[in-house]
Design a protein around this ligand. Structure first.
Ligand code: HEC
Length: 189
């Protein structure tokens, strides 16, 4: 009985040894298989990474480019304006009086004598448009220029505001014509 047991044990040991040999063979086969899987996976990953990004990205960056193109035509707009000569000598004094009373009399006074309600607060005081000895020497263009562009445009007080944008050129010509009727001695063009 004992012998057969020991034989079985020996067989069992040798069987274990055989198993170990099979395990080594199996594990090397698994390693080889695993290596193949890794190579296959790397190949798949490599080709996957290279193929995916280039395709979708570029079209998004190229989209905004066509928009700025329509801008340049704006540069051509301001050109036609400068070559205009305005004649401020043909104004209507009656229309100009209404414009003067509405826009100028608060400082210059209703008769242009520099005695409007605001005049006392100003330094220098508003010009006396009734003083013909001084006003008659000034041209229509000079007066229109002061009215349109303000006192500082001729070295005078900034309290004489620019009326460009408030009065159109026809109204400025009318106001100049009214100022001429105030002069004493009278204005002779
Ligand atoms: C807020 C007050 C004020 C108002 C409103 C005003 N002015 Fe004047 N104006 C002045 C002052 C101040 C001066 C400068 C006076 C000076 O420096 O001799 C002046 C100067 C002038 C001059 C220059 C005269 C010169 O001797 O060179 C003219 C022309 C004139 N104004 C016309 C007008 C007319 C036309 C209006 C209305 C459309 C007007 N002003 C509205 C205050 C005013």
């Amino acid at each position: 009985m004992q012998r057969s047991i020991s034989t079985e044990v020996k067989d069992g040991r040798s069987g274990r040894r055989r198993c170990a040999g099979q395990r080594r063979a199996a594990s090397s086969a698994i390693r080889n298989a695993a290596a193949l899987v890794c190579v296959a996976a790397l190949a798949a990953c490599g080709s996957g990474e290279q193929a995916a990004p280039p395709a979708p990205a570029p079209p998004v960056e190229e989209a905004p480019a066509p928009a700025p193109a329509p801008a340049p035509p704006v540069d051509e707009a301001p050109a036609p304006a400068p070559p205009r000569e305005v004649d401020f000598s043909g104004g209507d004094a009656a229309r100009g009086e209404a414009v003067y009373l509405a826009n100028c009399a608060s400082c210059h006074g209703p008769r242009g004598e520099g005695d409007g309600p605001v005049a006392a607060t100003l330094d220098p005081r508003p010009a006396n448009h009734a003083d013909g000895t001084r006003m008659n020497a000034l041209s229509d263009d000079y007066l229109a220029g002061v009215i349109l562009h303000g006192g500082p445009s001729v070295g005078k007080s900034p309290m004489m505001a620019p009326f460009a944008g408030v009065l159109d050129e026809g109204q400025v010509a009318d106001v100049v014509a009214y100022i001429r009727t105030l002069a004493d001695p009278p204005y002779r063009p």
